[in-house]
Design a protein around this ligand. Structure first.
Ligand SMILES: [Fe+2]
Length: 341
């Protein structure tokens, strides 16, 4: 028992030192893959409203491994991360616990949360087409159309094994079935302008540089490029593209989530759930969405003006838990068609 408290206290002190705060009675410890400055306004608003302090431990990788290693001594209460792959992975690795809460479930549509309550989406990001303003006339597109030979040598995309693309391909498997999804993916590969690589912003840069007419990327990067004072050339990349939201005319655009989960051994469970209720509330969603250039999951909450300037998104309503189930098959398909070769 002594050893346990000592260990937990040591980690709490480490967290406190990381953010320069002193531990007080009511507090919640957050393990986050999201950078501290992105979630700070949200957490400040929570503390202002409830008096509950938050401590953030920012991790670049190894969050689940760390939780597993800490086991029941873990000081972690709430996990914040992006991507269904990471959220569902945290559940399957056994580092989360279910939350059954009326306020949270009321604010988050069913397609954006785990049916068993192990993870919850707070904001969404669309996987969209960055189309050259100069070289692409059309203003609508479908994912299926990316396989059309008319785009031969014109499409840029990051690695097919990146979580963002794995989720997109998993959604194609859900909608088309595995066989048709394979044909589709092989045809998209045939249309690539270059070997998959770089991050999403590099695909916008490729369009700007004339290497491709279509790039595939997430919506929030457009906001990040448009407002990038550190690397102002990114504003030019953003300015060279228009955002096309695929499948607006039918099932809608594939979206992924950023979200939260309650850590399995949360020592401050009650306060952690208060934080989760706040994050899920329309107010919490709007503060968060504004900060990260994403869309609140609650259709009644508003996205920022910059995000709205991309155009209107109609999100695919396919449940994220369905996408999670097809991730392994999607990853295999990427290898099978030699997408990255
Ligand atoms: Fe990203």
């Amino acid at each position: 028992m002594h050893a346990k408290s000592f260990y937990a206290a040591g980690l709490s002190a480490l967290i406190a030192a990381t953010v320069g705060t002193t531990a007080i009675a009511a507090e919640v410890n957050i393990y986050s893959y999201r950078q501290p400055d992105l979630i700070a306004p949200l957490l400040d608003a929570f503390t202002e409203e409830t008096g509950i302090k938050t401590n953030v431990l920012f991790l670049k990788k190894g969050l689940v491994e760390r939780l597993k290693a800490e086991g029941e001594n873990s000081p972690a209460d709430v996990i914040m991360t992006t991507d269904i792959g990471r959220l569902s992975g945290a559940k399957s690795e056994g580092v989360t616990q279910p939350v059954e809460n009326e306020a949270i479930n009321g604010a988050i549509p069913g397609s954006y949360r785990d049916p068993e309550g192990h993870w919850f989406g707070l904001t969404t990001r669309g996987r969209v087409i960055y189309a050259s303003k100069d070289r692409v006339d059309q203003d609508t597109i479908t994912y299926e159309e990316l396989a059309d030979p008319k785009w031969k040598g014109k499409i840029c995309i990051r690695s097919g094994q990146h979580a963002y693309n794995v989720a997109l391909i998993a959604s194609m498997i859900s909608h088309l079935g595995e066989e048709k999804a394979e044909t589709w993916l092989a045809s998209v590969k045939d249309n690539l302008a270059r070997k998959p690589g770089g991050n999403d912003r590099a695909q916008a840069k490729g369009v700007f540089a004339g290497e491709c007419d279509l790039g595939i990327g997430n919506t929030y990067y457009v906001g990040l490029m448009m407002t990038n004072e550190k690397e102002p050339e990114q504003k030019e990349w953003a300015n060279s593209i228009k955002v096309l939201f695929p499948n607006t005319g039918d099932r809608g655009t594939h979206v992924n989530i950023s979200g939260m989960a309650l850590a399995k051994n949360a020592p401050n469970r009650d306060d952690a759930i208060k934080l989760m209720e706040f994050l899920a509330s329309p107010k919490g969603q709007e503060i968060y969405a504004e900060q990260v250039f994403e869309y609140p999951v609650d259709p009644n909450a508003k996205a920022s003006d910059i995000v709205n300037s991309f155009g209107k998104i109609k999100p695919d309503t396919l449940g994220l838990d369905e996408i999670a189930k097809n991730r392994a098959a999607a990853s295999e398909l990427v290898d099978k068609v030699g997408f990255n070769n």
